[in-house]
Design a protein around this ligand. Sequence first.
Ligand code: IPE
Ligand code: IPE
Ligand code: MG
Length: 247
Amino acid sequence: MDFRQQEQEFNRKIDPQKLPYHVAIIMDGNGRWALEKGLPRQEGHRQGVETVRETVRCGSELGLGILTLFAFSTENWQRPAWEVNYLMGLPEKYFKSELPELIRNNVRVNLIGDGARLPAKVRKAIKDGAEATKNNTGMLLNFALNYGSRSEILMAVNNLLDDAAAGKIKGAIDEKVFSGYLYTADMPDPDLLIRTSGEKRISNFLLWQLAYSELWFTNDYWPDFSRIHLMEAVYDYQLRKRRFGKV
Ligand code: IPE
Ligand code: IPE
Ligand code: MG
């Protein structure tokens, strides 16, 4: 079966009534993809941006409610400066070429992560993207940039302490109130988490929010991820029985 036929097959098999509302992706393996081809790691990241374009397009065509992409972690600052610099140039490039299509496709852009520590050009690219798409009502596209789940949880705790000291909190904190202090406030938790490149770990991504997410892994590197992978993951999700601790 060629690519086109596989796509048609999944379009037939996927039940539009049972889509995962929120899909989160750990986009991993750009570096290895490049190195295995004898290319510098940047080439993997460059190709990875192409995969982001196609994945956003496909997610929005499928009718996902939220797509959350892990693009840069709080731990990724420990990479060599040249690689961090290269990665920090990508949001600007991405929005320059994609914003018109995002607007056309009714996609709304949002940042999750500690924006304050990002270079000004990255903050501006995301802010302009969010501003230009703020009235869109289709898929919400979260970019997790300078995102770390432990630091997110601590931010929530510290803001809760401030609000408690200011007398804004009455009584004990429940899960709903706590969730409201996270970057993902008001968003339902991911139904499906995808990780590429064969690694089977969470790497400090959405620790609270992934409590009951379905997990899907592929050995393929992120630059080789295609709409067929996304559709396969969604179809696999639809075959699962989510129990949430019940029988
Ligand atoms: C994912 O690819 C992109 C980021 C984490 C920024 P990697 O750069 O982690 O690629 P590998 O895992 O080294 O192959
Ligand atoms: C996770 O990938 C972070 C992103 C995809 C942005 P890493 O490549 O940083 O994760 P580890 O270091 O292999 O756990
Ligand atoms: Mg990696």
